[in-house]
Design a binder for this molecule. Structure first.
Ligand SMILES: [Zn+2]
Length: 418
């Protein structure tokens, strides 16, 4: 069903006004505290949202001790459909201050670099953000130059809330049961640590990050490798044919990993070896690597390559001992997603109905949706519209807020018909 202009402008205003309220609440997470939530201030936004969900008439609203906020919107009249979950995270990245965010507007954007009132040195140009050229005439929102904006992921929350407001006002919009879950601590990789899986339905979507059209259902298959080199230390004056210098052997070993297979030389679907730590003496040396690819079989060949190098080096340096230890860190969510093509197809259709072209991208990392998928809650990610996040250059176009809210409305309708 096409949405009327009235509904579209309602979604636009709702998403924008809510977004502006939420970004002003300081919700930076902190990976050093070890608590859940990592920072008490995330409750400040959770309580605002709890009240707004009550005003919108949602049921079973629950804000738990770990700052997870759950709520249910019962199905619209006559609909009996599979429930879906809509998730977004309340925290912002600790990489940049999220305190005292002052949203700054550029109406009728003219295509010139973005300048910031509180930092004249700061600029966003077309190199940073090629998407700006598609935003001429739109309204661009950033922070004032001192903080991040927090569109990651308060845009996602605002878009879900705008869609809920529309379901309350326009009864012709059909939907099945919708279960909402706003989470803390996503930015520090703990967004699903204390989630109550029984409270979310089997099929969920996150609205998080990314430009309009983005749909993500794949992430890295991730391994950690620890390599220990045991050498033989001898006084350097008498070392001929006796010493095996573990630190120097380790350096030679690591230098044989191809430069073109590192994070700084790869993109899109390319995987890599990444040296994250090394140290050593003549006696002992160690190196830590992370290994990433979208295809688990390619990662297996990378690990096999390291095993072969171990054999080769032990042959080359008699007496040297190399110990390899691999740990699977997380799996590509695609192993679960591929069994649920319907969930991705409906999201693609919803994007099309909102006038967007679905841009299916693999995530070069892990996400909460990936973790949930691997816990058998298939959870693709739909764009929320923010760009250059985790930085003072973070920006969002006003129309992106509306488009993502439209996608939620269409997605709910498609599941109601499915
Ligand atoms: Zn995010």
């Amino acid at each position: 069903m096409a949405l009327s202009e009235e509904i579209k402008s309602f979604l636009q205003e709702e998403a924008l006004q809510r977004f502006l309220r939420y970004v002003k609440v300081h919700t930076t997470s902190d990976e050093t505290t070890g608590t859940h939530p990592s920072t008490e201030r995330q409750f400040d936004l959770a309580r605002v949202l709890e009240k707004e969900l009550q005003e919108l008439g949602l049921q079973n609203i629950e804000l738990d001790e770990h700052c997870y906020l759950y709520a249910t919107l019962p199905p619209s009249d006559g609909v009996n459909a599979t429930p879906i979950g809509l998730l977004a995270h309340m925290d912002t990245s600790p990489a940049v201050s999220g305190e005292n965010v002052k949203p700054f507007f550029r109406e009728n954007y003219d295509g010139t670099p973005l300048k910031f009132p509180d930092d004249p040195e700061l600029e966003v140009n077309l190199n940073d953000a090629p998407q700006l050229k598609d935003c001429i005439g739109d309204t661009i929102i950033t922070a004032s130059g001192k903080t991040l904006l927090g569109a990651d992921d308060k845009a996602g929350i605002a878009e879900i809330m705008a869609a809920l407001a529309a379901f309350g006002k326009y009864k012709e919009l059909k939907h099945g049961e919708l279960r909402i879950c706003f989470t803390p601590d996503e930015e520090i990789g703990m967004g699903t640590d204390k989630i109550t899986l029984e409270k979310i339905p089997e099929y969920c979507y996150t609205l998080d990050g990314g430009e309009p059209g983005e749909l993500e259902a794949e992430c890295f298959d991730a391994w950690g490798a620890e390599i220990k080199f045991k050498g033989i230390s001898v006084h350097p004056g008498f070392a001929k044919n006796k010493m095996i210098n573990a630190a120097s052997v380790a350096a030679r070993f690591l230098a044989l990993l191809q430069d073109y297979e590192t994070p700084e030389h790869t993109e899109e679907r390319e995987g890599f070896f990444h040296l994250t730590n090394m140290s050593g003496t003549e006696e002992e040396a160690q190196a830590k690597l992370i290994i990433r690819d979208f295809d688990v079989r390619v990662n297996e060949t990378r690990m096999e390559h390291l095993r072969k190098m171990k054999e080769l080096f032990e042959y080359r340096y008699p007496g040297l001992k190399i110990n390899l230890d691999f740990k699977h860190q997380y799996e590509n969510m695609w192993v679960v997603m591929e069994k649920h093509p319907n969930s991705i197809e409906l999201a693609e259709k919803a994007l099309t109905l909102a006038g967007l072209e679905a841009d299916k991208k693999p995530i070069r990392g892990g996400t909460d949706g990936a973790r949930l998928s691997l816990m058998n809650h298939p959870t693709p990610n739909i764009f929320a519209g923010g760009l250059l996040f985790h930085s003072r250059k973070e920006w969002i176009a006003k129309s992106s807020l509306r488009k993502a809210a439209e996608v939620v409305v269409h997605l709910a309708a498609l599941w109601a018909e499915a």
